[in-house]
Design a protein. Structure first.
Length: 360
């Protein structure tokens, strides 16, 4: 750790607010110039470390991975500037990564909870409806304030996406999590699943590819954010092609969801729905791609200030983490240029600092 770091450049303390003069002293941020000269001076545009709000450290294509692989995943995220991760379900126990400065700050959700034989094998704790409430209570106690439900998946009998659990059971499960002091998020692809989750009082929706105009006032009014995971939704055409021979209805549905993915995100933003950036790294998506997701949100129609906010200041407030504030932990990234004007600069960071330690 460098004892004193001087961040000599514009400091973005909010999307539209710039300050000058920021230091890290012993791993803590201050806007007051220290009496001692700095050990390092870092030049560039200063932002709080990125947040990946949908990430799966400890998960691979076949389920849980070894500790060494989980470490590689976390370091790839760290080097990309992701300094805070909201885990969106992992079958691996990653608590050993928490509490230090070697990995991104990790907020765990425990394991996904899915319907029996209605999700990817080896990923989730699979239950039938009568056991959902108790499973939610367990994961709420094991995690860091979040529970992840698999809200829908292909129903092979119906040949299409369908909700995983009855609506009444989902309402009871969400209430059980709230009773335990946890928030609930849910994987949701299909249109009707969103109605079920909103009725249940859900706290967040992952993917939200089924957003329709009728949903938008409810998302905005209930304050329920979405995490679109656009770089993962880009895989839908491949999923549809693989499913086509056996499940043509499902394949057509997945293609239609993919075709309107950008339009839905733009409509949600225009309606005042909160949007946060998440990569869905850990299964088929590689780690360290937060810049790609931010740029994808921008490409969907969000102004670059809003796309950055989805992974910086607003995302940190949502998760109860500090930004660039007096006394905050020094989790900082530095860009060569103003990322609001030159978006691609976020993909080639000049410096990454976590807890006052300069990673690059």
């Amino acid at each position: 750790m460098a004892g004193i770091i001087h961040f000599r450049g514009p400091v973005l303390t909010a999307p539209d607010r710039v300050r000058q003069g920021l230091w890290s002293v012993g791993g803590t941020l201050t806007f007051r110039r220290p009496a001692q000269p700095p050990d390092r001076v870092l030049d560039g545009w200063v932002l709080p470390g990125f947040v990946d709000a949908h990430c799966h450290i400890g998960l691979g294509p076949a389920g849980p991975v070894e500790a060494a692989v989980a470490q590689e995943q976390a370091l790839a995220d760290l080097n990309s500037g992701t300094l805070l991760v909201r885990d969106a379900g992992s079958p691996a126990d990653t608590r050993w990564m928490q509490g230090g400065k070697d990995f991104p700050v990790l907020i765990r959700a425990g394991r996904h909870i899915a319907r029996t034989r209605r999700y990817l094998r080896g990923f989730a704790h699979e239950v039938e409806p009568e056991d959902l409430v108790e499973a939610v209570r367990k994961q709420a106690r094991d995690g860091d304030g979040w529970v992840k439900l698999v809200g829908d998946w292909i129903d092979r009998g119906a040949g299409d996406l369908a909700p995983s659990f009855p609506a009444a059971v989902v309402r009871d499960a969400v209430q059980a999590a709230h009773d335990e002091g946890a928030r609930v998020t849910a994987h949701c692809f299909a249109e009707d699943t969103l109605d079920q989750m909103l009725d249940a009082g859900i706290d967040c929706i992952e993917h939200a590819t089924g957003l329709l105009p009728r949903h938008l006032p409810r998302f905005a009014g209930q304050g329920v954010p979405i995490v679109p995971t656009l770089i993962n939704i880009a895989t839908f055409p491949d999923i549809a092609a693989q499913a086509e021979p056996k499940f043509p209805r499902y394949a057509a549905h997945m293609r239609s969801l993919w075709e309107r993915r950008l339009e839905r995100v733009a409509e949600a933003h225009a309606a005042g729905v909160r949007i946060f950036a998440g990569t869905d790294a850990g299964s088929v998506i590689g780690h360290g791609r937060i810049a790609d997701e931010i740029l994808a949100l921008h490409g969907a129609g969000l102004p670059m200030t809003a796309a950055l906010d989805a992974a910086c200041w607003a995302a940190r407030r949502w998760l109860g983490a500090d930004g660039l504030e007096e006394g905050a932990r020094a989790d900082v990234i530095v860009c060569r240029e103003d990322p609001r004007a030159v978006p691609e600069t976020i993909g080639r960071l000049e410096h990454v600092v976590i807890g006052g330690s300069i990673i690059r």
